[in-house]
Design a protein around this ligand. Structure first.
Ligand code: SF4
Length: 336
């Protein structure tokens, strides 16, 4: 099985200050693997500051890891040059949070879509370019006759975000990095855009890394999930198992804060403990120690990943009786 994308122990540290230099680790020792032959949707979830946007920037090759490697089809993405780099730029596309940011108010949708077609020489004639635009718009559920020729202010936020997806799709990507793609879109349109992403995975063989703080959308769209906190993997596995039966105190905290529409469960029934730990973190142990209601003395050392079942692992000493699993083997627990 060839890997489409491989992350091996990727760490990203930002340094600041000229005299007294200090550093912040935005992402710590993350490994994952996506198989080329089995397109999938993997969620990377966490609050702001969890490292998920750093991960997106790394995956797109916008920044370099401080240590570790990111390989796309076997090649280190930071070493790609010439034709290989162009292929990577075409095959790995992104859809970002803000559906308005990509649009220049003075250009029509046609212009936005025709630029990547020209840049990557995707069509031999204007007619072929037009056909490709219409095909991509139809694939994301938009009617080309209602969309082409229009200016951004004539479109809703949901339409603009679907045009962004269509723009990515035009380039026949193999991997889509979707960074909070529905967080600025009306709730009524979210399901529509998420369904569009699923269609890309199913019908067009595009693997998607879906980055979000919203576990409800993660549950609906993805097969597997990695939960990040302060740059470290807290829990990972099959999305159904992790969300219905979370085993890391941080994942539980995230899930308890979701207002699920469940008539048998009253809002506020479960206390959310974003707490003060009785143990003071020395900065070397569990990243969640300062907020964890279960913190123990051993948590002053970094917890390894413990494998809890075939498709679930958590980095928490509450599961110290379970076997440890090397971070490099995390992908074995993530269903495609
Ligand atoms: Fe809490 Fe300790 Fe588990 Fe960290 S390792 S989540 S501090 S119990």
């Amino acid at each position: 099985m060839a890997a489409l994308l491989e992350l091996n122990n990727v760490t990203k540290t930002y340094s600041r200050g000229l005299v007294s230099r200090s550093s912040t680790t935005a992402l710590s020792n993350v490994s994952l693997n996506l198989d080329e032959s089995e397109p999938t949707i993997l969620t990377v979830a966490g609050e702001s500051g969890s490292g998920k946007t750093t991960l997106a920037m790394l995956l797109l090759g916008f920044i370099n890891p401080t240590s570790g490697q990111i390989r796309y089809k076997g090649q280190d993405i930071n070493q790609l040059r010439g034709e290989d780099r162009l292929t990577f730029r075409r095959e790995v596309q992104a859809v970002f949070q803000d559906p308005f940011a990509v649009f220049n108010p003075f250009y029509t949708v046609d212009h936005l879509l025709s630029v990547p077609i020209e840049r990557f020489k995707m069509a031999k004639s204007k007619n072929e370019a037009r056909e490709k635009m219409e095909e991509a718009l139809t694939a994301v559920g938009l009617r080309p006759e209602d969309t082409l020729g229009r200016f951004p202010h004539q479109l809703s936020g949901g339409q603009r975000q679907r045009i962004n997806v269509a723009r990515a799709l035009l380039l026949r990507p193999r991997l889509l990095i979707a960074d909070e793609p529905v967080s600025m879109v009306d709730a009524s349109l979210r399901a529509n855009i998420l369904e569009t992403l699923r269609t890309l995975q199913r019908n067009y063989g595009v693997s998607i890394i879906y980055i979000t703080h919203d576990l409800t959308t993660a549950f609906h769209i993805s097969k597997s999930i990695i939960v990040l906190y302060r740059g470290g993997v807290m829990e990972a596995g099959d999305v159904d198992t992790v969300i219905k039966n979370p085993q890391h105190p941080y994942t539980r905290l995230l899930i308890d804060s979701i207002p699920w529409p469940d008539l048998n469960r009253r809002w506020g029934e479960t206390e959310i403990k974003a707490r003060e730990s009785e143990l003071t973190s020395k900065g070397t142990g569990c990243k969640f120690l300062g907020r964890c209601p279960f913190a123990m003395e051993i948590c002053q050392t970094p917890p390894p990943l413990f494998q809890l079942s075939a498709h679930q692992a958590a980095s928490c000493f509450l599961h110290a009786k379970s076997p440890e699993i090397e971070p490099e083997r995390l992908s074995e627990l993530l269903p495609a």
